[in-house]
Ligand binder design. Sequence first.
Ligand code: ACO
Ligand code: LMR
Length: 615
Amino acid sequence: MRMEYELFNRETTAFVYGFQVNAIQRMLDFDYICLRNTPSIAAIINPNQSGTHKAFWGAEEILLPMYRTIAEASADHSEVEVMVNFASHRSAFDTTMEALKQESIHTVAVIAEGVPERQARIMATTARKLGKTVIGPATVGGLVAGAFRIGNTAGTIENIVASRLYRPGCVGFVSKSGGMLNEAFNIISRNSNGIFEGIAVGGDRYPGSTMLDHILRFEANPKIALIACLGELGGEDEYRIVEALKKGRIRKPLVAWVTGTCASVLPASVQFGHAGAKADTQRETAFSKNEALREAGAHVPTSFDDYGEMIRQVYQELMDKGLAKDVEEPEVPTIPVDYSKALASGMIRRPTTFICTISDDRGEELLYANKTISEVIEEGLGIGGAIGLLWFKKQLPDYAARFIELVLQITADHGPAVSGAHNAIVASCAGKDLISSLASGLLTIGPRFGGAIDDAAREFKRAYETDLSPEEFVVEMKRKGINIPGIGHRIKSVKNPDVRVQILVDYARRNFATTELLDYAQQVERLTTAKKGNLILNVDGCIGVLFLDLMSSCHLFSKEEIDQVVRLGYLNGLFALGRTIGLIGHILDQKRLGARLYRHPTEDITYMLPSRDGI
Ligand code: ACO
Ligand code: LMR
């Protein structure tokens, strides 16, 4: 049950408006160390997304519901009385007004700075009319020790523990400034049995609730024995407290200080950090206000430095009269350190899941191997250069990078009839999207289509390095019953040569220092084409042997690196990459044509079913 003079207690639950992940976690961490039975956040309101949010409750995880609107959240959670409003200064007014309309919501904390003064006044009068409370705008909020915390009030968990805010003391504190609130928690915890409740009303000229509003609640609350406040120069708020003191509405001891006494030594009327912190008249100066408070009976120190000491004295008097007593400290559960923080601070370590040696996006600029992408562009490394960096971790000489680009160009397409294009076209016509159709085409790459480059490189290399003569190689493969990878084509032949192969060979002869493996492969080709005209060195075979010639003649690769390239199957990647260009073209071509393939013509298929008697 919440008493009239309370805004929050250990049962209070709130909506957090705005998906403020850190503030949400801070509220829950506070609840946890206060040993609350249930979280103080009932739901999050996020106009962009509904669903759930996973957060920590100690070391466990809990799910908080997330709604798009205040109305929806309120309909499902009629027990919620508070909204912590993180809406921006543009939306703070509308959302606060809507929250005030909900019957169950009695307090709205408005965090945003820069809410227009006209809107702030409407929020304040609306709340007053409805008997509700607005804290803020331009505030961190406040808290009731051991019970409920608004958003980020009191800062880190270490600060909260140091100021013993996990359990109630007997001091009710109110300030304008949120920063001073944290400072006061600290001072009060060292000079008394600690805070019962602390509120920052916000530094604007028209706060939703005034310092006096909260002081009067503290006056009514039997658990509060000492009231403390920190005002600031500018405005009239402190004179309302003076009036209340004079009329006897504040009977509990009040320790007060108005900051900004230094303004008098500055040349002209100075605007301090808050919108309201500016004294336009003598009456609004910190000096005048402190005097008025002192005269009205508040305990006013001579400077802010003595504020803590003044609290200590007043608290001691209350103790002497038996109106306050020290609190037995409960055991405080520790909040586990967040994994990311612990890792960043070097407290813990863990093995990474995998290693990357080719690129790095953690710095200011993306790196390909050891080069920033700006350098890649400025130095004109092109696609071939990028492949050199990302596949081989080397800056290849220009002729080598251009060779890679040549390979990509000549393998980009070979018409619609080949396996890859055929599959991609069928998938596209069957209504599959671009990526699915592309995958369907790429999946056909293998030993009989485009994927013979590595096998060809490996076999020719093995034969050459083991000193097999071309004749011996052909005989050996025939004996093993293996067709030499990279030899033979269904269409191309001696009489119908493959121009792509000629282009590659010409380029290599003009640019490579040596072409030993190509020479060897061509000797093999002479033998196989003597058998049958179509047993030419095909595109795959030609790329395979030339890449090995490139690597060994450019002197950038060790023998081990070349072996690794062949062993790990780098080179089919060249065909896959090049052919992707053409496959995408075919897929889009079909889509442009609106082609829809529902069935293959049955004439394309020979039907040979088993006979009915099982043969
Ligand atoms: N290497 C060595 N000898 C071969 C090869 C070969 N690749 N292919 C066929 N032969 C021999 C056969 O053993 C046979 O020898 P024999 O007369 O002494 O008995 C003779 O050549 C005729 O064989 P066929 O099977 O009739 O030849 P066919 O023309 O049908 O085979 C094929 C051509 C299927 C292309 C075959 O050469 C082959 O599988 N090549 C390797 C696959 C390849 O590299 N694919 C990539 C193509 S390029 C690309 O996709 C981008
Ligand atoms: C290609 O480049 O797709 C072709 O060489 C394959 C083929 O079967 O013709």
